[in-house]
Design a protein around this ligand. Structure first.
Ligand SMILES: [Zn+2]
Length: 306
């Protein structure tokens, strides 16, 4: 079966012209066939509600039809590698102009303070270089360690500034458009989707896992996030490793992943508050103890903790 036939089975009959097929739009249900699908590349776009995407995978994804999504993945495995990519004119982020990488000027006073803070948190010199960790002497991020994150192409997609002088605000983030975080994967550059992935809350948690960890910069995994989309596409084993005070949120993330058929492990960080404060070698022990979880186990824990 080709992709167009597959689409017809799920969206109903279509009208065709030379390069496009016109379907009734499942999002706005306009009575005329306004959803245009390019029959070569399968880009799609609704002329009425302006929903659009670059593969049928994202169409079924946005429809929230999990069974159809699974059937589509099974039938057209080569067609799901197209992610929603930023469009021209989309927001791009830049490091503050005051940013100084710690690989330079490591002897300057503030650099020494920054490095001493990082050493206290067991961040190695290799990690400082690998993640291009820096600091600033002036500006909005003055006296902060700057922790950058890069996308799969190596472009900056986020950064956060951690004070090393006990400022009232521990972290300071750049200004980004509403909903921006859902459009990026933190630390994407270093993620190998074919190996187990560790979801953690913050940057230092990520550094403590060392390998294949993704910070959520929070404790939720939004349904329309690029991160969830990637997890559904690649189906790695996922270890959820949120902070000790976020067990209820951890259950929500696990339940969500399980509903997409992803095999999930409930990694309990207790008695520590978070992954970031675990002494060296401890995370591996928690990983080994983490059990593969399912709906019943999550429900059971929810009842016990109530
Ligand atoms: Zn529409």
């Amino acid at each position: 079966m080709d992709q167009l036939k597959f689409l017809e089975r799920h969206l109903g009959p279509y009208k065709s012209s030379r390069h496009e097929a016109l379907f009734q739009c499942p999002f706005c249900n306009h009575h005329k066939p306004k959803l245009s699908v390019n029959v070569d590349k399968f880009y799609w776009h609704c002329w009425v509600c302006d929903k659009k995407g670059r593969s049928l995978f994202t169409l079924f994804w946005q429809m929230g039809e999990r069974k159809v999504l699974a059937a589509y993945k099974a039938a057209f495995p080569e067609s799901i590698e197209v992610y929603p990519e930023p469009e021209p004119g989309d927001f791009t982020l830049q490091l503050p102009t005051e940013y100084i990488p710690l690989c330079q000027n490591a002897s300057a006073t503030n650099a020494r303070r920054a490095i001493s803070y990082l050493k206290k948190r067991c961040v190695s010199t290799e990690q400082i270089l690998k993640h291009k960790i820096g600091y600033a002497n002036e500006g909005r991020f003055r006296n902060r360690i700057i922790l950058p994150s890069f996308d799969a192409q190596g472009h900056l997609n986020f950064f956060t500034g951690r004070t090393f002088t006990n400022d009232l605000y521990k972290y300071l983030n750049p200004e980004t458009p509403t909903g921006y975080k859902k459009t990026i994967v933190f630390n994407e550059l270093n993620v190998d989707w074919n190996r187990p992935v560790f979801l953690v809350e913050g940057f230092f948690d990520m550094l403590n896992v060392e390998d294949n960890a993704i910070p959520l910069f929070g404790s939720t995994l939004p349904k329309d996030s690029k991160l969830l989309l990637n997890l559904v596409v690649h189906e790695p084993d996922v270890y959820v490793c949120l902070d000790a005070d976020a067990r209820a949120k951890q259950r929500i993330v696990l339940r969500n992943l399980i509903s997409y058929g992803i095999s999930c492990y409930d990694l309990d960080v207790r008695p520590y508050n978070d992954v970031g404060e675990m002494p060296s070698g401890t995370f591996e022990k928690h990983r080994q103890m983490a059990r593969r979880t399912n709906r019943t186990a999550i429900l059971h824990e929810r009842i016990q903790s109530a």
